[in-house]
Design a protein around this ligand. Structure first.
Ligand code: 5GP
Ligand code: MN
Ligand code: MN
Ligand code: MN
Length: 297
């Protein structure tokens, strides 16, 4: 897809980029409210979760029913086969008619380029190990052996039999176009990492213009992307792509657990659906929205 989206000069510093961008646009905060009644006959109900990290057995809340269940990635700790199978079993018990899932950076087995880096290059794999085990992203109790095992799983997508798995692809449901992509700006060399700037934009250029509900694992800059430390971790070119070209009704993501919640720029609704909080406790309620069928072109 050709577009006029350009790379922001502060792309590698999203905190500074947002300081500039936010001079000319507003962010409205919206409340997450559990649905008070069943969905109207002329609407489609979406129920969004993300970042459950193999902790669904610890979920204390009820998951509202709806037409379309969405999971925006990080459903495992490291993409091990048993984790994927358990997630698939859990999905199978959900009542929703459609279930749509994308991967996140923790689904190591889903990213073939990750296997390549991890296995091939000794230098890189020791750097990788240090990075995972020593800082920044917690390993969630996973050891090097777990990670090794995870990346050896072949054709892992075949185990997701109870959902529609999207990876740089789209599906139409009730005439609503939903597109999903797992990529995020590089951080600690996990799965589906791409350098900020041009390489991220190349992934966003794959999103068609006419998407109604966009699913990414990463937030765009400025919405649901504020990390505890005070920095912004969202992607600058994802915000540009979403606001200037794709203009979906809803943009659903996760990844920055502490960014959970709903915001809007006045046109698009941004949902950080991270179920796990910053301590990897699955405390955050699913985010529910209804799309009137007649709104769909
Ligand atoms: P996860 O490991 O589940 O992908 O992310 C968990 C947490 O790591 C996030 O809630 C956030 O605190 C931190 N994190 C993930 N990606 C980034 C990033 O790109 N930049 C920063 N500063 N923190 C991140
Ligand atoms: Mn996560
Ligand atoms: Mn559009
Ligand atoms: Mn993540």
């Amino acid at each position: 897809m050709q577009s006029n989206i350009t790379i922001h000069n502060l792309t590698s510093n999203p905190t500074a980029a947002w300081r500039e961008i936010s001079q000319t646009q507003k962010v409205f905060k919206l409340k997450v409210k559990p649905p008070s009644k069943p969905v109207d006959a002329d609407k489609v109900r979406f129920v969004c979760m993300s970042d459950t990290h193999s902790l669904t057995h610890n979920i204390k809340f009820d998951i509202p029913n709806g037409d379309v269940f969405i999971h925006a990635g990080d459903f495992t700790k490291c993409g091990q086969l048993e984790e994927v199978q358990e997630f698939n079993r859990w999905l199978g018990e959900l009542p929703h008619k459609y279930k749509i899932v994308i991967a996140g950076n923790h689904e190591l087995s889903f990213d073939p380029t990750f296997v390549h880096i991890f296995k091939k290059n000794k230098e890189q794999s020791s750097r990788h190990k240090g990075c995972i085990l020593e800082n920044e992203i917690p390993t969630l109790g996973m050891e090097k052996d777990d990670l090794d095992e995870a990346v050896r799983v072949d054709n892992v997508k075949q185990y997701l039999t109870n959902c529609i798995y999207l990876e740089d692809s789209a599906i139409d449901i009730y005439g609503i176009k939903i597109y999903g992509t797992p990529w995020q700006p590089e951080f600690c060399k996990w799965a589906f990492n791409v350098p900020r700037g041009e390489e991220c934009l190349l992934k966003w250029e794959l999103i068609p213009d006419n998407v109604d509900v966009l699913l990414t694992h990463t937030p765009p800059v400025g919405h649901g992307d504020l990390v505890c430390s005070g920095v912004r971790a969202g992607c600058v070119e994802l915000l540009s792509t979403v606001q200037q070209r794709v203009k979906p009704k809803y943009h659903v993501f996760g990844h920055i657990h502490e960014g959970y919640g709903i915001t809007s720029d006045g046109k698009i609704i941004y949902i950080n659906a991270s179920t796990c909080d910053i301590n990897y406790i699955p405390n955050n309620l699913p985010v529910v929205f209804d799309i009137p069928l007649k709104q769909v072109k």
